[in-house]
Design a protein around this ligand. Structure first.
Ligand SMILES: Cc1cc2nc3c(=O)[nH]c(=O)nc-3n(C[C@H](O)[C@H](O)[C@H](O)COP(=O)(O)O)c2cc1C
Length: 401
């Protein structure tokens, strides 16, 4: 059973075994799961959020009330989103809190709000584990239906002997798979639908070693592909050069130039229910590509550029009624007016408008967009991570498709 598109919250509370959790998250991510990591404040003393961000490819959440982020009711959003919550390691303190309904930080609150059984991997000193209060909490949580990957005997940081060492990541990984296979899979809103997403920049060759390109990182398109997979869509990602790993579960087609992008999209489009063009293709390309490296000279160099093919326009004019085409517009001024014009001219069903700033647009992790569906008022969305923005876009797609 693959974890492609499965939605997991991995929560860490504060114990030495936090060091094992990046391995667990890596196993989950490599198997195709979307993993949202949440840490208690104590857990961040043992391992940095950055490490877990690197292996989950998502921002890690820690604070219930961060000063610098708009988070609203994200404790409920995470809780609703997760098919399964895994607590690894679970401290004695954390087990005690969730057994009594204490919700005094983000992770405990997400657990309290969650309606399904969770999976708990305790880790603690044998004295803490054998403590009757811990055992009472353990048995009570089991009675409530929560599942455990029990701690084992073995070497421990505190040098004490007995049971308390957290199970190994591979064992927890297998327990997660077993638990997921026992859950009824909800029919997802894009099951049976084919979604085609383009991402990243293009490169237009000047000579054998140089090209024209832009700052696009591919982050938005890759996040869209992940969100489409989460909703059960058969997802194809066509991408220009990017350092990102394609989400597992997507059919991946790498391209380099705008012409290659055009060829690849045209080939896939007929067989697609929804196309989202998040790539940043070049509008111009050198009229002539030199086969050798152009030599330095003191007179300078004039490059003659010609327009590249307008992919969106060419495809959306011939689209079937049942097909959705969504474009992206990156505007530096008059954003809404220019994007609405593009929506109409290119016969799009919706357009997502980005502004370029330090927190939005190229190569950032967050985005603040305006979503304009045809014949609808523009909706200005709050600043969110690119994945959260993508999930909202894909929810729109499911309602429109
Ligand atoms: C070095 C060190 C290691 C610890 N290891 C554990 C542990 O493995 N298990 C545990 O239950 N508590 C452990 N603790 C205690 C917890 O960090 C402490 O109870 C903390 O309040 C837990 O907070 P949390 O449950 O919100 O993460 C350790 C503390 C220190 C200083």
């Amino acid at each position: 059973m693959s974890l492609s598109g499965r939605q997991l919250v991995v929560g860490l509370s504060g114990g030495v075994s936090c060091y094992k959790v990046p391995n667990l998250v890596r196993l989950l991510y490599k198997d195709g799961a979307s993993v949202q990591v949440i840490m208690t404040a104590a857990a961040t003393k043992f391992i940095t959020p950055l490490t877990l961000e690197s292996v989950s490819q998502q921002p890690v959440a820690v604070k219930m009330f961060p000063e610098d982020e708009y988070v609203a009711t994200r404790h409920i959003d995470y809780s609703d989103w997760a098919e399964l919550i895994i607590i690894a390691p679970a401290t004695a303190n954390f087990m005690g809190k969730i057994a009594t309904g204490i919700s005094d930080d983000l992770l405990t609150t997400v657990v309290t709000a969650h309606r399904n059984p969770i999976l708990i991997a305790p880790a603690m000193n044998p004295g803490m584990w054998e403590n009757p209060v811990t055992q009472k909490n353990y048995n009570y949580l089991k009675e409530l239906g929560h599942k455990f990957v029990d701690p084992v005997e073995g070497e421990m940081a505190c040098d004490h002997e007995g049971v308390g060492r957290m199970a190994e990541p591979e064992e927890i990984f297998e327990a997660i798979k077993a638990q997921l296979s026992s859950l009824k899979v909800k029919k997802k809103s894009l099951s049976g639908k084919k979604v085609l997403i383009t991402a990243g920049p293009t490169r237009e060759k000047i000579d054998a070693v140089r090209f024209i390109s832009n700052y696009s990182s591919g982050k938005m398109g890759y996040a869209l592909a992940q969100a489409a997979i989460e909703l059960g869509a058969e997802t194809t990602l066509i991408s220009g050069p990017s350092s990102l790993a394609p989400p597992s579960g997507a059919k991946f087609i790498p391209i380099e130039s705008t012409e290659q992008l055009y060829q690849a999209v045209t080939k896939e489009f007929a067989n697609t229910d929804c196309l989202i063009m998040a790539a940043a293709p070049s509008d111009f390309k050198p009229e002539n590509e030199a086969s050798e490296k152009i030599k330095r000279n003191s007179n300078g160099l004039k490059l003659l550029l010609q327009p590249t093919v307008d992919i969106l326009k060419s495809l959306s004019n011939g689209k079937r009624k049942s097909q959705l085409v969504i474009g992206f517009a990156l505007e530096t001024s008059d954003a809404i007016a220019n994007a609405t014009k593009k929506l109409n001219e290119k016969n799009l069903d919706a357009i997502v408008v980005n502004k370029v700033s330090t927190t939005t647009g190229f190569n950032t992790d967050s985005n603040q967009v305006t979503f304009i569906a045809r014949n609808n008022q523009p909706e200005q969305w709050k600043l969110m991570s690119k994945l959260e923005t993508s999930r909202k876009i894909l929810e729109k797609v499911s309602s429109m498709i």
